[in-house]
Design a protein around this ligand. Sequence first.
Ligand code: FAD
Length: 408
Amino acid sequence: MKKQLLIIGGGFAGFWSALSAIRQSRELKKENELEVTLVNMDEYLTIRPRLYEVSLEGLRVELNKYFKQLNIKLMIGKAEIINPEQKLVTVATESGSRILNYDYLILSSGSVLKAINIPGIEKTFNVDTFNGAQKLEDHLTKLAHKNFEGNGATTFIVAGSGLTGLEMVTVIKEKANKILTDQGKDSIDFKVVLIEKSDKVGNYYASEAQDYVIETLKAKDITVANGVYLKAVENNGATLSDGHFIASQTVISTIGLVASSLCNFFKGEKDKLGRLHVNEFLQLKEYNNVIAAGDVANIPTDDEGNSSLMACQFSMFLGKFAGHNAVNSLFSEPLKAYSYKDYVTCVDLGQQDGMLTSGWDRKLVASGIEGKNIKMEVTTKLIYPADDVITALEDSYPEVPNVAENAV
Ligand SMILES: Cc1cc2nc3c(=O)[nH]c(=O)nc-3n(C[C@H](O)[C@H](O)[C@H](O)COP(=O)(O)OP(=O)(O)OC[C@H]3O[C@@H](n4cnc5c(N)ncnc54)[C@H](O)[C@@H]3O)c2cc1C
């Protein structure tokens, strides 16, 4: 009977877990004793960091392009129940409910947009998933067909000024105008409003980087509403916490991510984002046959209180360790302790503009076109798996440099 390694989620962490597991099983000459199954809601590794972009082309990589050749079984479905005591996972598939058993589980089901409990939240758009980004694009296309006529049609509201919020506000005009151009129409001078709860945008950056962001928003004519939040959303606009109403037919929420709710099937304390605490080998304290990797995992990265963030530079790397350690654990081989240094952030600030910061205090390293080029190098090249399967397999070693090291 082959040992069953089950991976839930085919994002960055799950994809690299699967490849790393196969590579390591080959290295141990145990590939005939192991079956790797990955459950994902669709057939793709979605390049989530690019979902705010002008075009949605090329933002999904077919999992089976790699999996078929490597004998990784892909099951399309939604894992709904995990029973860690009995080592069973219930998956809803198109052809009904399936129950899978596992010897080892890697949970890599990622994150979702934080829910806010306000009237009309269902009327907001998001770029959290490919479907969400597609819905936004379809909506803009519809508005373009009507020449963006009607109350609030030319105003875009973005709630939340995290990195995705900054990217959204600096790109949305270009996206809408590209749709108009494709329809043979003239560009429009759209209005963009950024809503931020705190007193100042970008307070997670060191001061020079924060100033750069604020100046850029000014230069791009983006209105910033500080110290307020969304109170209610209607078809024709949003009401803010100070009672102010802004007419807009497009309200986009980028208010942050929380861990997949599958984390709740496991005992043990979660962090404030709902993530599972893992040890240096990415294992859960209470279960010796479960690893969490990617946005569902919280792992300390140093002795100064910093821990992994919901970001690709962590997810990809965690995935590589996860697959390696799951296989070694199954075959009683030594595990590798995760280590991570050189945290960077890259943000797109629209045409000809981007910014790279370095370290946990996020100090400015590069901006303008230089920052943009680094951001594009990372998101359009470095976070994609190599095109050929063998190179991708080689890249699945935990030691292979992560995005951050490549980025600077
Ligand atoms: C708009 C946006 C911009 C971002 N920008 C950046 C950036 O610039 N830099 C950066 O480093 N990071 C960025 N991120 C964060 C980054 O995308 C995530 O950290 C990364 O995708 C996490 O990888 P993951 O594998 O843990 O999860 P995900 O990529 O979320 O993948 C999880 C997978 O699991 C599947 N899944 C979930 N639940 C189930 C279930 N119950 N059953 C089966 N399958 C399931 C999902 O469909 C998905 O395929 C951004 C995210 C967003 C949304």
